[in-house]
Design a protein around this ligand. Sequence first.
Ligand code: SF4
Length: 637
Amino acid sequence: MDISLPYCNSLTKYSRLKTREVMIGNIAIGGNNPIRVQSMTVTNTMDTDATVDESIRMIKAGCELVRITAPSIKEARNLQSIKDELYIRGYDVPLIADIHFTPNAAEIAAQIVEKVRINPGNYTDRKQFKVAEYTDSAYQEEIERIRHRFVPLIRICKRNKTAIRIGVNHGSLSDRIMSRYGDTPLGMVESGMEFVRICEKEKFYNIVLSMKSSNPVVMVYANRLLAAKMMESGRIYPIHIGVTEAGEGEDGRIKSAIGIGTLLEDGIGDTIRVSLTEKPENEIPVAKTIVQRYTDRKSHKSIGILDHQIVNPFEFKRKISTILNNVGGENPPRIIIDFSRINNISKKDLTSIGYKYSNDKWHISDQAADFIFVGDQLNNYELPSGLAIIQNAEVWQNSNNSFPLFKSDDYFQTNRKKSKILNFVTINSSDIDPDNFKKIKTDNTMVLILETENKHGMAEQRRFIFELIKNEISVPIIIKRNYSRLDTKQLLIDSSIDIGALLIDGLIDGIWLESNQSPEFINKTSFGILQATRSRITKTEYISCPSCGRTQFDLPEVTAQIRKETEHLKGVIIGIMGCIVNGPGEMADADYGYVGTGSGSIALYKGQEVVMKNIVAKDAVKALINLIKEHGDWIDK
Ligand code: SF4
């Protein structure tokens, strides 16, 4: 892959990628239009009243486009009743039919609603999970077969002015794509572009594209590649972005914010969906908080120019940094918690950041912070091993496990006492000074604490890091952001994006979130960001779908039950999916899967393989635990 292929207008000046404007009913997407917010109903599509009521709740929360599943012809037909009832009640929001597997349902829906979403991975293919070698001619034959099946829908859409979203999911790529490209971002992009080429041959351009995954890292790379390919071709369609099966609560919000926000920072994305295993109306405020960040972004302070991409934006590779004590190198990104406002730090304070004192000794949890910053306070605490102190250089006493914090000018220009092991040095990312760079390069005790006041701070910090890489400087970097004026909801979103975007590219070695919120919340959020970017795995990972009209059990309730039983299983990935049609594909990454197969019936998966079927719902959580035990991944609490 050519890493210099541009995927956005600028890496330093905020600017939205100009896409073709596409009308979805009365709402325009792309072009100069605002970033639109959408969501999906979770009701049974045949239940008109429930679907209408839920749609209205979503619209009132700010949802601009409502997606509804249409698994078969009967649901597709019922979209008319839903649309009519919404209209009677005074709502003309554009509707989107969500289609998997059933071209016939798509063709009916396209005559009723304003947009039809199809999944190229299963629109005409029933996935067999077969690996086969395709000759070029066999591959072409398959594409011809797809064309034959897809063209009737395109023609209906053309007649009815209906848009099509070509919505690729990482977990449900066709066997053909998997055989040639694997489950890679390139495979995802090619899967979508095959359908785009068919549309273009029919002179149909009312297209929106999406590349989704439950893994924010994969999702970001796929969308960058999609944008790059479209920029190269000169035909740039609007992009809908979201992280699938992000889960619930704070973890779901963090995952979504990282994936969506990393792309929006670079101006990629015309419509978004935050996909949570909660009521769909809960998704809207989160989505609006994310979009809000960019309403005035253009006015940011100018950042120096970056003439070309320094690291590969389409494939993950962690930046090489020097190992200093426990920071940098292959060490997981470290977490610093600010205790400088706490007088007389107590055992209770340390408990709030992952250390527990009992039976005369400290116990360290998987989510224990690595450093506490104590400001000017003296080092007279009894500390757990594994936890180190950072003190302002003016008061630092060179005692065991304590390190000084300098301002860059102070560090470079004075002869103040320094540590022989680790010196933390704060520097502003706007401060790119060749003389300082020379000093940084020859210092083998320094960890940079990179700060910014720029409204487009992630881009400014990224540029600073790229300049270091260009100058072959491998100093470890900890990102410090000041969120002192933010409430917890805003802080969760802003920190996930500002920090997550740098972790997605493997550029940093630690996090320091400055805030008035409790150290416990900051510690939890920091670890959540590292987990979501897979930079430091410290807990169980859940991939749970948001549910939809196909779900026949209470998915949020079951997710809560499974989480309660399994949340101590560090590193295990559990998929909880509403239906057998899409669930197994969507949880491609999971070690174990809990999948609804019909009314009151559950199937359990080990990886991609179904190992138990037709389990009565009331017994299924216990059966899942037994399955985890059988495979040796269980530990007692
Ligand atoms: S996996 Fe979940 S959201 Fe996706 S189609 Fe099935 S039930 Fe609906």
